[in-house]
Design a protein around this ligand. Structure first.
Ligand SMILES: C[S@@+](CC[C@H](N)C(=O)[O-])C[C@H]1O[C@@H](n2cnc3c(N)ncnc32)[C@H](O)[C@@H]1O
Length: 100
């Protein structure tokens, strides 16, 4: 995390922009998280090849970051509409970064 933060210790309060409209092209979710946030969490807490389970995945932002960095992903949500958004987002991201 220090490396991601220009060599400085990362603070425990993170500030940043809201979810970009470009990340909402596959459909709307009321509390969709920004991808940069999940990218940071996935990189800080998992290694390539590991399985990440998000049992409340919403629009699938955790899955987008998981696949982006070579992790595997299991997403659960009790709303079919949100699972469809997740599926579309993951289909777009799959294979984006073959090197991981
Ligand atoms: C805060 S949202 C997750 C947002 C997600 N991180 C994203 O970026 O889109 C929480 C999700 O949990 C789902 N949910 C709520 N209760 C649930 C339950 N009992 N089982 C499965 N999913 C549930 C909701 O449908 C909602 O999409």
């Amino acid at each position: 995390m220090k490396m991601m933060n220009g060599g400085k210790q990362m603070k425990d309060v993170w500030t940043g922009s809201l979810t970009k409209p470009s990340e909402k092209k596959e459909g709307k979710h009321p509390t969709q998280k920004p991808e940069y946030l999940l990218d940071r969490i996935v990189l800080a807490s998992t290694e390539a090849g590991q399985v990440i389970l998000d049992p409340f995945c919403g629009s699938g932002t955790t899955g987008v970051s998981a696949l982006r960095f070579g992790r595997r992903f299991i997403g659960i949500d009790n709303c079919e509409e949100y699972l469809q958004i997740t599926k579309k987002r993951l289909e777009k991201i799959d294979g984006e970064n073959e090197e991981f």
